[in-house]
Design a protein around this ligand. Structure first.
Ligand SMILES: [Mg+2]
Length: 356
């Protein structure tokens, strides 16, 4: 199980509609596909999903980053993640989508060579993985129609993008609640509010008798004191997403009592650090969410394997394959209601590109 070579290419996919968050609109998916070939011919696949509106990463940046380290991995045993992880650390590739794409591809190749599903390489849990679906920043009428359609399809948690202004955001939340009155709601501001507008938004919801289960990243990444204040004064549990990119961040967040839930994303941390973040959050008594950027079924299913293996994720947000106009992957464990059925994956992720 030795790595023979690593390759990377563009993975461009159309979207059904723009995915707009507080930081801007994401209209096309310009991801990257990493391929790993082992000396016995086994292949593995990984995906990196730069999202400029989230953290400024770009496709070209990721292509360059992957190419700069690929030769360092050749000749290493794929089933020794601490060894190849250290090589990537030493090369300065500690986080982000390029690191995630490489790790996902290496784990996939290992799983395929060992005929073991990815979840079994990561832990022995068998947690169910049922994703929410997101209503991005759209007008209230569209939000209500989407919510009604999602509830009908079997989605029980709906995440709503906010962070524009407290009034139109509360209107959008109210429209989603009207469309799916029994759905559990999450509001995600993608770091766009200040403390005052975040609290005003919660007040507007209270007046409409809406209580979200979670308020994700109301304030900028570094505002840990502010997040603590929004939790204390607003009374809705806070999830740290942009603030939580490493296990060290998780410790800082716990010390500041800045969030009650940590959003784990492979695109922020990769698999190894993501697993450490999960264990750290559990040890510190924090709740867990798993999410992603705008990804195809390849890396989203890898994240679903992690959630299944480690367990304890109360919030699952792995829905972006639903926003793509064409599915470039085959082997699809994501059902229309958002459930991932991972039992059919016999080796690795169980998803691969249609065109190798
Ligand atoms: Mg988020």
């Amino acid at each position: 199980m030795i790595v023979a070579r690593l390759s990377v290419r563009k993975l461009d996919v159309g979207m059904r509609e723009a995915f707009t968050i507080a930081g801007g609109a994401h209209t096309t998916v310009r991801n990257v596909l990493v391929g790993v070939v082992l000396t016995d011919g086994t292949q593995g696949w990984g995906e990196g999903a730069p999202m400029p509106a989230f953290n400024g990463e770009t496709q070209n940046g990721i292509l360059t980053a992957v190419r700069s380290v690929s030769s360092l991995l050749e000749g290493l045993p794929v089933d020794r993640p601490l060894l190849w992880g250290k090589k990537l650390d030493q090369a300065g590739l500690r986080a982000g989508s390029a690191r995630a794409a490489i790790e996902i591809a290496l784990f996939d190749a290992w799983g395929r060579a060992a005929r073991t599903p990815l979840c079994a390489l990561l832990g022995n849990g068998r947690a169910a993985v049922h994703s929410d679906v997101t209503v991005p920043i759209v007008d209230a009428a569209t939000a209500q129609r989407s919510a009604a359609r999602l509830w009908k399809r079997g989605t029980t948690t709906i995440k709503v993008k906010v962070g524009v202004d407290p009034e139109t955001d509360a209107d959008r939340m109210a429209a989603v609640h009207a469309g799916a009155p029994r759905a559990r709601l999450i509001a995600d501001a993608n770091a766009a509010y200040d403390k005052r507008s975040a609290l005003q938004f919660l007040l507007n919801l209270k007046q409409r008798r809406i209580r979200p289960a979670l308020f994700e990243q109301p304030l900028p990444a570094g505002s840990l004191k502010g997040l603590h204040a929004v939790w204390k004064e607003g009374g809705i549990p806070i999830a740290a997403d942009e603030s939580a990119c490493s296990a060290k961040d998780v410790v800082r967040i716990a010390r500041a009592d800045a969030a009650q839930v940590i959003n784990i994303k492979l695109m922020k941390s990769g698999i190894l650090e993501g697993r450490l973040m999960t264990e750290t959050a559990k040890a510190l008594g924090l709740g867990l969410m798993i999410g992603g950027l705008v990804e195809t079924r390849l890396s989203m299913t890898a994240a679903a394997h992690l959630a299944r293996a480690l367990g304890g994720f109360s919030f699952i947000d792995l829905d972006t394959p639903f926003f793509l106009s064409k599915d470039p992957m085959r082997g699809s464990p994501l059902r229309p209601d958002g459930r991932y059925s991972l039992d059919h994956a016999r080796a690795g992720i169980g998803v691969q590109p249609r065109q190798n």
